[in-house]
Write a new protein. Structure first.
Lengths: 100, 174
């Protein structure tokens, strides 16, 4: 049963990776990153039940991951709004002044 | 033995039901054209993941998942969309090479992960964790004894991050 959960998490992670690499709207990229973080949480909780040393530590670790991800989304959306205000677009291809 | 079989079969059925919800939601998130519809399908993925946590006997994590992700994060992303592109529709893909390379990278990564998962021998020695009876109380005890310093640090992190978010998103005085 453990490998089913790990495969499910791998599917979610890869869908999120594809979205983060290929989408142009910055909000969609943020959503894809959230999907990848969720895949990691699924792995943590699955190992917490079926791992070699089952314990609650995996669940507690996933709680910390969830709270850090919530902080990340808040700061990310704030940066997006500020960028949109100054550049007038939410397209990630336009945010390239560090490259020039 | 019969009870064990029923438990195992029920877990399998629930797992596949939630897995179908999550994969359909994730694929829809990538293929839908309107950004608001994408957020709704992402909420479906979050709800399916919460159900999968219940199947894994992690009820507290499941409810935190539903509160934080399906509630707060989804609404926050909706606000992000409303404050940036109101009529946002994903335009036609104008860079097919980039998309194909991204898809190949994701599929190759999935192949590697799948191969690693299939070939690893997971030790079945220890019996699965039975934390279903009073899950929240056990987590609370551990949070306030063993993990109390990270717990307090997370509260500081959340405060700093949210104040920072307000400062960043605030309109600058001209």
């Amino acid at each position: 049963m453990l490998s089913s959960y790990l495969t499910m998490a791998a599917i979610l992670f890869c869908i999120g990776l594809y979205g983060a690499l290929s989408k142009r709207n910055a909000v969609i990229v943020l959503m894809s990153v959230e999907l990848m973080l969720n895949a990691v949480n699924l792995n943590l909780v699955a190992f917490s039940k079926y791992g070699a040393v089952p314990s609650l530590d995996g669940q507690i670790f996933s709680l910390f991951t969830i709270s850090v991800a919530a902080a990340e989304v808040a700061v990310g959306v704030a940066i997006l709004i500020a960028l949109f205000r100054s550049r007038g677009t939410a397209n990630v291809d336009e945010f390239d002044e560090m490259r020039r | 033995m019969g009870g064990f079989y029923i438990d195992w079969f029920g877990e399998l059925v629930a797992f596949f039901a939630f897995a179908v919800v999550m994969i359909v939601g994730a694929v829809l998130m990538l293929t839908l054209t309107k950004v608001v519809h994408m957020v709704v399908s992402l909420a479906a993925v979050f709800l399916g993941l919460g159900g999968m946590f219940v199947v894994l006997e992690a009820e507290f994590v499941a409810f935190v998942q539903i509160l934080i992700y399906s509630g707060a994060v989804t609404i926050l992303l909706l606000f992000g969309i409303m404050m940036t592109d109101h009529q946002a529709v994903q335009h036609e893909p104008t860079r097919p090479v980039h998309e194909i390379v991204s898809a190949v990278a994701a599929i190759v990564l999935f192949g590697i992960l799948f191969y690693a998962i299939r070939t690893t021998e997971f030790e079945p020695s220890a019996p699965p964790l039975q934390a279903g009876v009073d899950n929240a109380m056990e987590i609370g005890k551990q949070l306030y004894t063993q993990h109390v310093i990270p717990f307090e640090l997370v509260s500081v992190l959340l405060t700093v991050a949210f104040i920072g978010a307000i400062v960043i998103a605030k309109k600058e005085a001209e």
